[in-house]
Design a protein around this ligand. Structure first.
Ligand code: FES
Ligand SMILES: [Fe+2]
Length: 480
């Protein structure tokens, strides 16, 4: 018997983000990554883009100011992304109407000299900020909030690196794979361990902090992590514990992996012991998504050239679409699947995740799934998401909207991948955080997340309620 089916109307509510939808109204309260700064590093910095179902154009004026405006000209709808970048704005190629970054029409040159038409015309425009390699747009009502008080925004630009990639499916599938700690033991399994020396910029390829054990070996040999999760002010903290008791190990040490869900659609995970990845999953429309990652190093400036070259190998420009994709079955290799990797898709874990989430369909139908105990953080996220959408629909502000960075307790949030004494992961984490931050040239004075209470969150409770935890979750039992 299936016990965990989600109601179809709820699935619709949490996947659709176009203008006027309940999910779209909720998501628009947050800044959205809309382009990489590098996309504007051209002789003609004009980028057409689509975000949350809206077709827009981003441009940079000669004075460096940015504009994010409707892609369609107000006159008769020509495509402004092919317009002329001049005179402090974007000029339509059809009849020469000129638009500034605020969407105001500045000139209608085909009209009589005495015409006042320009002053009455305005097209849609949105506030924009640029931070650490990503351009952010605010598509919501009223005054935008501050960018949240996360490490990736606090870090100096040279300690960060930003990149993006395309996923051919709904945004929520892309996010959910990021809060699913057990999949790493299967989807990302390698039968052979690589040389950790060659691990810079790659995930799951180094040794875990405080050990010589390669991550690939830990993931391969310990496929049933204990997962703890708890709500935080920014979303959720996840702790995956793997007690090391095989191959002559006595179980006195435990592998601890701490990751986070950051509202609205982000995660923060460790890349290495000193580098975090914060990744957002931004709807292009309801059936396609861009992920944007900001890599943030605590210890030293990031080698952006190496990081970029590694990632350019897997995509095509200008749209950052993966070379391995649905159309070519991801270059699936059945022989490799038998002997080397779980997927048969090579060693780029982004491709594994991509196949997993695109394989669920363009918009995954959650009314027909069987959740299990390893999905606890996903269950919690969906509950939080539904509640947030309903809160916004009632005209209120969701709890997880961090509007004032000064009020945030849990800067970071700080991920960790390390091995500590069994039963003492909280102390191990607190000490590791303290050591890493003290040694950081830029983070040593910034208050870090605390690490007491269930899943390291003060005052929180384990999620979902343990009384609901049998071996499957019933999303309908308590209404959600
Ligand atoms: S359609 Fe743009 S100026 Fe006429
Ligand atoms: Fe993954």
């Amino acid at each position: 018997m299936k016990v965990s089916a989600m109601r179809s109307e709820d699935n619709k509510k949490i996947t659709e983000t176009g203008p006027g939808t309940p999910g779209g109204n909720w998501m628009r309260l947050y800044w959205q990554p809309v382009a990489l700064t590098e996309e504007l590093d051209t002789d003609r910095p004009v980028v057409p883009l689509k975000v949350l179902g809206e077709e827009l154009v981003l441009f940079r004026n000669e004075d460096e100011s940015l504009g994010l405006i409707d892609r369609r000209c107000a006159h008769r709808g020509a495509d402004l992304s092919l317009g002329r970048l001049e005179d402090g704005g974007l000029r339509c190629y059809f009849h020469g109407w000129l638009y500034g970054g605020g969407g105001q029409c500045l000139d209608t040159p085909a009209e009589p000299v005495s015409s006042k038409l320009a002053s009455k015309v305005r097209i849609k425009s949105y506030p924009v900020v640029e931070k650490n390699g990503i351009v952010w747009g605010y598509l919501g009502p009223g005054t935008p909030p501050e960018l949240p008080a996360l490490d990736c925004f606090a870090a100096p630009e040279e300690y960060t690196f930003a990149f993006k990639g395309y996923l051919d499916c709904n945004w929520l599938q892309a996010l959910e794979v990021g809060i699913d700690p057990s999949h790493a033991s299967y989807l990302h399994r390698f039968e052979e361990d690589d040389d950790p020396e060659d691990s810079y910029g790659k995930q799951f390829r180094n040794t875990s902090l405080g050990t010589e054990l390669p991550m690939t070996k830990i993931l391969r040999e310990y496929g049933r992590p204990q997962i703890l999760n708890a709500r935080t002010e920014y979303g959720q903290r996840l702790v995956a514990l793997r007690k090391l008791d095989q191959d002559g190990l006595d179980g006195s040490s435990t592998h601890v992996r701490i990751t986070h869900q950051v509202f609205p659609h982000g995660i923060t995970i460790p890349l290495s012991s000193t580098m975090a990845i914060t990744q957002w999953h931004v709807p292009i429309d309801d059936s396609s998504t861009y992920w944007y990652s900001m890599f943030t190093a605590l210890d030293e400036p990031v080698d952006k050239a190496v990081m970029r070259a590694q990632r350019l190998e897997g995509i095509t420009l200008p749209d950052y679409k993966p070379i391995h994709n649905r159309a070519n079955q991801y270059h699936f290799n059945p022989e490799e699947q038998k002997t080397e990797t779980y997927t048969g898709l090579g060693k780029d874990i982004n491709v594994h995740d991509q196949m997993a989430v695109e394989g669920q369909g363009y918009i995954y139908d959650r009314s027909n799934e069987q959740l299990s105990s390893s999905d606890r953080a996903i269950v919690t996220y969906r509950r939080m998401l539904l509640a947030a959408i309903d809160t916004v629909a009632e005209g209120n502000s969701p709890d997880t909207l961090l509007t004032d960075s000064a009020e945030v307790e849990s800067r970071g949030p700080i991920p960790l991948d390390g091995i500590g004494p069994t039963g003492e992961w909280e102390d191990f984490w607190a000490q590791a955080i303290s050591d890493l931050r003290k040694a950081s040239p830029w983070a040593s004075e910034l208050r870090a997340a605390l690490s007491t209470g269930p899943a390291g969150v003060p005052g929180s409770v384990l999620e979902p309620d343990p009384s609901l935890l049998t071996d499957a979750y019933d999303l309908t039992a308590d209404g959600r």
